[in-house]
Design a binder for this molecule. Sequence first.
Ligand SMILES: [Zn+2]
Length: 289
Amino acid sequence: MTDAPPLNGRPAIRRSDPTTTPVPLVFDSPHSGTDYPPDFGFVAPLQTLRSAEDTHVDRLFAAAPDNGATLLAALFPRSYIDVNRDLRDIDPELLDAAWPGTAKPGPKSKLGIGLIRRLAQPNVPVYDRKLTVAEVRARIENCYLPYHDELARIVDALHARFGVVWHINCHSMASRGSAMTEDGPVERPDFVLGDRDGTTCGPIFTDLVAHRLREMGYAVKINDPYKGAEIVRRYADPPARRQSLQIEINRKLYMDERTREPNAGFDKLQADMSRLIGFLAGYARAALA
Ligand SMILES: [Zn+2]
């Protein structure tokens, strides 16, 4: 396990390498970080800001290394900077000066949840100030780029060695949407798999994961409401045998959404995710044989 590089003297990411014969299978958890940096400077209540976290998702997939897979997790919080956004998805309203690079605020910035969040929840601003260009740059350099550099290194090395790589981008979702989400205030299923409408992995892989989860008794939707975002887009190239799938887990299955503590369902869900990892590692081994 390696923690690197420093963020205010603390690690920004955690990489856990296989503890057994490696398989070309990678899990990444970009939103489970809970280490709020001292220079964050937010005014929203911490509990509200934390609703952006996919708290504990890295723990749900902790069995990856013992199955030959690699696990990467962000340690900084998603609300500090979101590695699942395009680097250009910067909201100019957040800054005290013009962004010197290319700013291309998309629909997520308009919802207040771009690269750097403007809103912690609907009508709850994260800041009472403008951010400086220097502090946004520091977040990119200390968090965004190290995360993507490490994930690219892992995916590329496995692809170079095995000629194929399967990547699962792991998230969790609130049990209900809100005015700040694309689906609005509706109840969500147990799992949502996203392959950007079949463009980030082949339907065989998506259906395999969906089928395995349904066998475990879970309700699964595909590309509705979450299709996958920057991370699966960036690492996928199905014709080159690079498959990326986003997985969203309903938080009510494993935690109290108010206190963010694991609930009574945590151990069962973690055991089920360990079984899913074992199944996918077996699938990868069989495909290579
Ligand atoms: Zn997420």
